[in-house]
Design a protein around this ligand. Sequence first.
Ligand code: CP
Length: 329
Amino acid sequence: MTSLRALFTFFLMSLKGKSLLNIHDMTDEEIQSCFQRAFAFKKEFEAKGEYSHLVETPGLSSKVLAVLFFEPSTRSRLSFQIAAFRMGVRTLVMDSIMTSSISKGESHVETLANVAAMKPDMIVVRYGDVTGMDTFISEIGIPVINAGSGTMEHPTQALLDAMTIIEARGKIKGEKVLIVGDVLHSRVANSNLKLLKRLGAEIAICAPQAVRPNQGEWESIHNFAELDEAMEWCSVCMGLRIQTERHKGQGLGLTLADYRHSYRLDAARLTKLVDDGVVMHPGPFVEGVDLSTEVLKDPRCKIRDQVTNGVFIRAAIMSLIFGVEVSQG
Ligand code: CP
């Protein structure tokens, strides 16, 4: 018990009080510590229906978490709230720009500055590709967790995706991960490339020419021209929604019918995937376009597990940033 406590305390020291905006903000030890906590929380929740007793909480119930979503969300917003609730952290939510002073012309940066001035203990924020936001956040003096930033990053989604792959496949090192669809506009794809590559996975994509990234870390990533061939190659297949709201009029360069024909994940495509393979999608999916609902019935489909794991990953990250210790139960 002493050595276990020492281990948790060591990992805890490094993330305490820090912000998580980008997967590169985390050290390898912090990533492993996050998985360790998330799996411990999940195991306890499945056995006892709660895990708050694992979190040693002097003062945690007096902490205040501000959750700000400048863009729509179901999974991320509610899973941060549920995770905070399960740990006894009090949460305030601003999830509609229409009921905030943004509707009167206030900028997103100025809104965040005003929330920070009220001195919550932590802020969770989802924002668009807003100039100056990352710089402002890095100087804010309060830990901030990025719950999805425009086309750039979604670090907690990548962590929950990695947890789901570990659960389903036993490891990440050596896994062949295929990302399908509108990769160029996907913050999920960006964070997953950084995290999964770092953990030893091989990444490839299958994307239409117009939404195929080729800058930075994407430059050396293989693109499959045919989805059937790509499905035979991979052990993990990750679908993506077409991010129409970020296309700025440029579009996909092909009709929706052609997109469905070439890039949709459906029962026929799944016949090409190995029997112990994994199908994932961060959600939301557009039924019949990026994914057919028949995929949800396939035992290899882990889409709902991703959502479940999101709560445990977010509890793990928040507990690490709050600096609380966790016991094994
Ligand atoms: N995966 C994801 O970020 O979903 P939401 O937009 O519903 O939060």
